[in-house]
Ligand binder design. Structure first.
Ligand code: ZN
Length: 261
């Protein structure tokens, strides 16, 4: 099931996305909270008539660095021997169609297309064999990075955490098995030109290792998000660009870059 979060007439709701033709999708409004038991209301609205919001409101976004060999190499970095996590704040999250606001403190913001894992239940110290039980589903992410700040500052709070630095969407796909999620095509285009193309099977540490690693240290809550790293091909964005992250079996997350007026 594809679960979207949206606003209509000033109200916010979750809905199940139905249909296959991208121009003809319909939302069946969900009664209740999608992480727990919920029902479809049967009340349907055309997706074109609503504004999609970020599909989740995470308390935190945990992201993993250098999880693809060729990407680590393109920035001249060694591959870390163990998974290597950092945080992006909840205030950096935007949805599909929202504008990426180019931060005034940077002149070199890069796109990073990534598979995002959405957590479905409160969990800590998750063992390898229980990881599938805590995953709610998957969505597309763009781990926007102010590369100049990343180079000049030891911690990445500003480089990776500026407002709008974490587009997520367009919705959460819940029907992908864990093994399948570890083998999906991840693509990024800028103004229609392909910039990144990889497969999650190229990840150095698969999803299970990342969830085990982060929950050794902290509790994850329903709606929290884990970003799994980016394949090679990262590069700069400029105001006016349109950047799209597409993941096989999920959909496409599209955002325009603007300069604050
Ligand atoms: Zn990243």
């Amino acid at each position: 099931m594809r679960i979207a979060r949206f606003s209509i007439d000033g109200n916010v709701a979750f809905g199940a996305v139905e249909g296959t033709d991208p121009g003809d999708l319909v939302l069946d409004i969900i009664k209740g909270i999608p992480y727990t038991d919920f029902e479809l209301s049967g009340t349907k609205v055309p997706l074109g008539k609503v504004r999609l919001l970020p599909p989740v409101l995470p308390s935190k976004v945990v992201a993993y660095g250098r999880n693809y060999r060729e990407h680590a190499a393109e920035l001249g970095n060694e591959v870390p021997p163990v998974p290597f996590a950092f945080l992006k704040p909840s205030t950096s999250v935007i949805g599909t169609g929202d504008d990426i606001v180019y931060p005034a403190v940077s002149e070199d913001v890069h796109h990073e297309a990534e598979l995002a894992v959405v957590i479905g239940r409160l969990c800590r110290e998750v063992p390898h064999e229980r990881v599938a039980d805590v995953v709610f589903g998957y969505t597309c992410a763009n781990d926007l990075t102010a590369r100049d700040l990343q180079r000049s500052e030891k911690q990445w709070a500003r480089a990776k955490g500026f407002d709008t630095a974490c587009p997520l969407g367009p919705w959460v796909e819940t029907d992908i098995a864990l093994a399948a999620a570890n083998d999906l095509t991840v693509q990024c285009t800028v103004n229609g030109d392909q910039r990144q193309l990889g497969r999650t099977s190229e990840m150095i540490h698969p999803i299970e290792d990342l969830i085990v690693n982060i929950t050794e240290a902290m509790t994850l809550l329903p709606g929290d998000v884990v970003l799994t790293g980016t394949p090679a091909g990262v590069g700069p964005l400029r105001p006016g660009d349109e950047v799209a992250v597409s993941i096989e079996g999920i959909g496409t997350l599209t955002n325009k870059v603007i300069k604050r007026g």
